[in-house]
Design a binder for this molecule. Structure first.
Ligand SMILES: [Zn+2]
Length: 169
Protein backbone atom coordinates (compact mmCIF):
# COMPACT_ATOMS: atom_id res chain seq x y z
CA UNK A 1 0.00 0.00 0.00
CA UNK A 2 1.29 3.47 -0.88
CA UNK A 3 2.35 5.74 1.97
CA UNK A 4 -0.30 8.28 0.99
CA UNK A 5 -3.01 5.62 1.42
CA UNK A 6 -1.63 4.66 4.82
CA UNK A 7 -1.75 8.29 5.90
CA UNK A 8 -5.29 8.84 4.60
CA UNK A 9 -7.15 7.93 7.84
CA UNK A 10 -4.67 10.08 9.81
CA UNK A 11 -5.39 13.06 7.58
CA UNK A 12 -9.13 12.50 7.92
CA UNK A 13 -9.09 12.36 11.73
CA UNK A 14 -6.75 15.35 11.84
CA UNK A 15 -9.47 17.27 9.99
CA UNK A 16 -11.79 16.50 12.93
CA UNK A 17 -9.11 17.80 15.33
CA UNK A 18 -8.77 20.93 13.17
CA UNK A 19 -12.53 21.39 13.36
CA UNK A 20 -12.20 21.35 17.16
CA UNK A 21 -9.38 23.93 16.89
CA UNK A 22 -11.72 26.12 14.85
CA UNK A 23 -14.32 25.89 17.66
CA UNK A 24 -11.67 27.08 20.14
CA UNK A 25 -10.84 29.98 17.83
CA UNK A 26 -14.48 31.05 17.69
CA UNK A 27 -14.45 31.27 21.51
CA UNK A 28 -11.34 33.46 21.48
CA UNK A 29 -9.16 30.59 22.69
CA UNK A 30 -5.75 29.63 21.31
CA UNK A 31 -6.89 27.32 18.47
CA UNK A 32 -5.89 23.79 19.44
CA UNK A 33 -8.16 20.76 18.95
CA UNK A 34 -7.95 17.04 19.65
CA UNK A 35 -9.86 13.81 19.07
CA UNK A 36 -9.33 10.28 20.41
CA UNK A 37 -10.00 7.45 17.96
CA UNK A 38 -10.53 3.75 18.53
CA UNK A 39 -11.43 1.23 15.83
CA UNK A 40 -11.86 4.11 13.38
CA UNK A 41 -14.45 5.83 15.56
CA UNK A 42 -14.05 9.10 17.43
CA UNK A 43 -14.69 8.38 21.11
CA UNK A 44 -13.59 11.72 22.59
CA UNK A 45 -13.31 15.30 21.40
CA UNK A 46 -11.87 18.44 22.94
CA UNK A 47 -10.71 21.94 22.24
CA UNK A 48 -8.72 24.39 24.27
CA UNK A 49 -10.87 26.07 26.96
CA UNK A 50 -8.21 27.56 29.24
CA UNK A 51 -9.62 31.11 29.03
CA UNK A 52 -13.33 30.17 29.11
CA UNK A 53 -12.89 27.97 32.17
CA UNK A 54 -9.94 29.91 33.65
CA UNK A 55 -8.37 26.50 34.08
CA UNK A 56 -4.74 25.88 33.07
CA UNK A 57 -5.46 22.15 32.70
CA UNK A 58 -8.26 22.67 30.14
CA UNK A 59 -6.09 21.81 27.13
CA UNK A 60 -7.72 20.13 24.11
CA UNK A 61 -5.96 16.81 24.77
CA UNK A 62 -6.98 16.67 28.46
CA UNK A 63 -10.63 17.26 27.57
CA UNK A 64 -10.53 14.68 24.74
CA UNK A 65 -8.85 12.10 27.01
CA UNK A 66 -11.44 12.61 29.76
CA UNK A 67 -14.27 12.28 27.22
CA UNK A 68 -12.76 9.09 25.74
CA UNK A 69 -12.33 7.54 29.20
CA UNK A 70 -15.98 8.31 29.91
CA UNK A 71 -16.98 6.66 26.61
CA UNK A 72 -14.99 3.50 27.38
CA UNK A 73 -15.70 3.66 31.14
CA UNK A 74 -12.01 2.99 31.61
CA UNK A 75 -8.98 4.88 32.92
CA UNK A 76 -6.87 3.35 30.12
CA UNK A 77 -7.08 4.16 26.43
CA UNK A 78 -5.28 1.09 25.13
CA UNK A 79 -5.75 0.68 21.37
CA UNK A 80 -6.48 4.38 20.88
CA UNK A 81 -4.85 7.09 18.77
CA UNK A 82 -4.94 10.72 19.86
CA UNK A 83 -4.95 13.37 17.12
CA UNK A 84 -4.01 16.89 18.13
CA UNK A 85 -3.32 19.92 15.97
CA UNK A 86 -0.30 21.07 18.02
CA UNK A 87 2.49 19.05 19.62
CA UNK A 88 1.43 18.30 23.23
CA UNK A 89 2.86 20.11 26.26
CA UNK A 90 4.47 18.24 29.23
CA UNK A 91 1.13 17.95 31.07
CA UNK A 92 -0.76 16.48 28.11
CA UNK A 93 2.08 14.17 27.05
CA UNK A 94 2.17 12.93 30.66
CA UNK A 95 -1.59 12.35 30.64
CA UNK A 96 -1.25 10.33 27.41
CA UNK A 97 1.37 8.10 29.04
CA UNK A 98 -0.84 7.66 32.12
CA UNK A 99 -3.79 6.79 29.85
CA UNK A 100 -1.61 4.20 28.00
CA UNK A 101 -2.54 5.64 24.61
CA UNK A 102 -1.02 3.57 21.77
CA UNK A 103 -0.39 6.26 19.24
CA UNK A 104 -0.15 10.03 18.89
CA UNK A 105 -0.55 12.01 15.66
CA UNK A 106 0.14 15.70 15.96
CA UNK A 107 0.18 18.57 13.47
CA UNK A 108 2.46 21.54 14.08
CA UNK A 109 5.61 21.35 16.19
CA UNK A 110 5.73 23.52 19.32
CA UNK A 111 9.25 24.78 19.93
CA UNK A 112 8.20 26.44 23.22
CA UNK A 113 6.50 23.53 25.02
CA UNK A 114 6.47 20.49 22.72
CA UNK A 115 6.97 17.29 24.69
CA UNK A 116 6.71 14.67 21.96
CA UNK A 117 10.11 15.61 20.42
CA UNK A 118 10.77 19.38 20.40
CA UNK A 119 11.71 20.09 24.05
CA UNK A 120 11.10 16.75 25.73
CA UNK A 121 10.25 13.24 24.56
CA UNK A 122 7.83 12.29 27.31
CA UNK A 123 5.75 10.20 24.88
CA UNK A 124 8.62 7.80 24.19
CA UNK A 125 10.94 8.07 27.18
CA UNK A 126 12.13 4.54 27.96
CA UNK A 127 12.40 5.41 31.67
CA UNK A 128 8.62 5.73 31.91
CA UNK A 129 6.36 2.70 32.09
CA UNK A 130 4.64 3.28 28.73
CA UNK A 131 5.80 4.47 25.31
CA UNK A 132 3.66 5.92 22.54
CA UNK A 133 4.20 5.70 18.76
CA UNK A 134 4.40 9.24 17.44
CA UNK A 135 3.60 10.57 13.96
CA UNK A 136 4.34 14.28 13.52
CA UNK A 137 3.50 16.95 10.97
CA UNK A 138 0.06 15.64 9.92
CA UNK A 139 -1.73 18.57 8.21
CA UNK A 140 0.76 20.81 10.05
CA UNK A 141 0.26 23.67 7.61
CA UNK A 142 -3.44 24.09 8.45
CA UNK A 143 -2.72 24.05 12.16
CA UNK A 144 0.07 26.61 11.82
CA UNK A 145 -2.13 28.89 9.74
CA UNK A 146 -4.88 28.84 12.42
CA UNK A 147 -2.37 29.62 15.18
CA UNK A 148 -0.57 32.31 13.19
CA UNK A 149 -3.82 34.09 12.29
CA UNK A 150 -4.98 33.92 15.93
CA UNK A 151 -1.82 35.52 17.31
CA UNK A 152 -1.68 38.09 14.51
CA UNK A 153 -5.28 39.07 15.29
CA UNK A 154 -4.61 39.23 19.02
CA UNK A 155 -1.61 41.51 18.58
CA UNK A 156 -3.83 43.97 16.71
CA UNK A 157 -6.25 44.30 19.64
CA UNK A 158 -5.77 47.06 22.23
CA UNK A 159 -4.14 45.68 25.38
CA UNK A 160 -7.28 46.16 27.48
CA UNK A 161 -9.33 43.95 25.15
CA UNK A 162 -6.90 41.05 25.31
CA UNK A 163 -7.42 40.81 29.07
CA UNK A 164 -10.74 39.10 29.78
CA UNK A 165 -10.82 40.27 33.39
CA UNK A 166 -10.89 43.85 32.15
CA UNK A 167 -13.75 43.13 29.74
CA UNK A 168 -15.99 41.59 32.39
CA UNK A 169 -15.10 44.18 35.06
ZN1 LIG B 1 -1.21 20.50 26.96
Amino acid sequence: MALSQLLEPDRRFMQSALHQAQMALEKGEVPVGAVVVRDRHIIGRGHNLVESLQDPTAHAEMIAITAACQTLESKFLTGCTLYVTLEPCPMCAGAMVNARIDRLCFGAFDSKAGSASSLYSITHDQRLNHQIDVVSGVEAQQSETLLRDFFKQRRKMPTALTDKSLISA
